[in-house]
Design a protein around this ligand. Structure first.
Ligand SMILES: N[C@@H](CCC(=O)N[C@@H](CS)C(=O)NCC(=O)O)C(=O)O
Length: 206
């Protein structure tokens, strides 16, 4: 049985839970990090020296980094599922996963903290606006890419949709004025039809 350390409201944990559900994999999950703590305990740091969630255990194998965990699960248990069938399609999926971590996250995480994680009366409208502009600019790349496409890679749902798909739900539930994004909205609505997305992603944003 797979074991996953991580609280259900963490975006990075959610990626792994969503991925497991898409693959029909059962897992034991421990509430960890955030208000549950445990992530700075030495025994946990021995597994994951970052002191962050998620961490996966599969038998004697321990792995951290949410996108790497998903790639591992798809590689080991996917039997082709969640992976586009061509090298180009797989590269496309990988590209969006890398882009989420390296480019997109640094724009939306500050927006998330400036809104959801800051009490309403303490929010700084200028900080919110600045973060919103940067996030909108990043989403514009996704909006253009999705023109005429159903999903991010190879026109089929894949592992490449998961990292940004987690954030799409948050984006559409943040207390902000969103620009019109027809392609992203249609893609997001497609994701909301998926049972694993409903179970693991469409939960209160905290
Ligand atoms: N790059 C790492 C980032 C992990 C990360 O930042 N996790 C956050 C939650 S989303 C965390 O552990 N924060 C501290 C906490 O929850 O206590 C990954 O993708 O797994």
């Amino acid at each position: 049985m797979l074991k996953i350390w991580g609280r259900t409201d963490s975006s990075n944990v959610q990626k792994v839970l969503w991925c497991c559900s898409e693959l029909g994999l059962e897992f034991d999950r421990l509430d960890w990090g955030g208000k549950f703590g445990g992530n700075k305990d030495q025994a946990y740091l021995d597994m994951n020296p970052n002191g962050l969630v998620p961490t996966l255990q599969d038998g004697s194998f321990i792995l951290w980094e949410s996108n790497s965990i998903m790639r591992y699960l798809v590689d080991k248990y996917g039997q082709g599922r969640l992976l586009p069938s061509t090298p180009e399609g797989r590269a496309d999926a990988n590209r969006w996963m890398d882009w989420q971590l390296s480019v997109f996250n640094p724009t939306i995480v500050p927006l998330f903290f400036a809104t959801i994680r800051t009490p309403e009366d303490k929010r700084d409208p200028k900080a919110v606006q600045a973060a919103l502009e940067k996030t909108t600019q990043a989403w514009r790349i996704v909006e253009n890419h999705l023109n005429g496409k159903k999903y991010l890679a190879a026109d089929e749902f894949s592992i490449g949709d998961i990292p940004l798909g987690v954030w799409a739900y948050r984006w559409f539930n943040l207390p902000i004025q969103r620009p019109e994004q027809r392609n992203i909205t249609a893609w997001y609505e497609r994701l909301t039809q998926r049972k694993p997305y409903q179970t693991h992603i469409m939960i209160p944003v905290t």
